[in-house]
Design a protein around this ligand. Structure first.
Ligand SMILES: CC(C)(COP(=O)(O)OP(=O)(O)OC[C@H]1O[C@@H](n2cnc3c(N)ncnc32)[C@H](O)[C@@H]1OP(=O)(O)O)[C@@H](O)C(=O)NCCC(=O)NCCS
Length: 164
């Protein structure tokens, strides 16, 4: 299928909220936070710190999105805060296409590094494998960060001149 990638717009709000709600990985608090961030972005109150890009089908309907932004206090470093694909459309390289799109755009801006964080829980195995497949490497693990037995795992991808 032909997908296009574009910025998220107000008309996408309901579809993207449905995608967030339909993902089993997220707790209610995480779903609320992801939706709240989307709302703030659409209202223009995130001051460019959180940017949303989506992949859409031929009918311009979002199938998944990525939320990223410049990491405060670090030179040319960006964070991926959320990447969420409609469960029906997972495994079809939409996540890969979104990361590549953002990465290419950030390269143009002179970015050095992209950071992504995830959990060590079994249910996050898929995102971990995904990040590794799209070129991220685990650089740090904070034991028991989210809760006892649930570590925070930090992945980075070096881009631009530092690429490896
Ligand atoms: C993780 C997620 C974003 C991946 O997006 P996706 O579109 O399903 O992944 P893609 O089809 O682009 O896969 C890209 C690569 O990752 C690998 N990958 C994806 N899911 C995988 C899985 N379950 N097991 C092994 N590898 C996997 C694929 O093999 C693929 O490699 P290839 O292109 O070399 O074949 C998506 O599954 C998702 O939305 N998960 C739920 C939400 C979530 O947990 N988000 C991350 C935290 S914010």
């Amino acid at each position: 299928m032909d997908i296009k990638i574009r910025e998220v717009a107000s008309k996408d709000k309901d579809v993207i909220e449905t995608i967030i709600r339909s993902n089993e990985n997220f707790t209610d608090e995480e779903k609320w936070c992801a939706a709240e961030l989307l709302d703030m972005y659409l209202k223009g109150t995130t001051q460019g710190e959180y940017l949303f890009i989506c992949a859409v089908n031929e009918d311009d309907k979002p199938l998944g999105y990525i939320c990223y932004g410049k990491t405060p206090f670090a030179d040319d470093v960006y964070d991926i805060y959320w990447i969420v694909i409609d469960p029906v459309w997972q495994g079809k390289r939409i996540g890969r296409a979104l990361v590549k799109y953002v990465e290419d755009m950030l390269k143009q801006k002179g970015a050095r590094m992209i950071v992504a964080e995830t959990s060590s829980q079994q249910k996050y195995e898929k995102p971990r494998l995904f990040y590794e497949k799209v070129g991220f490497a685990e650089v740090s693990r904070v034991r028991d960060f989210y809760r006892v037995g649930d570590d925070k795992i930090i992945y980075i991808k070096r881009i631009g001149e530092l690429e490896n």
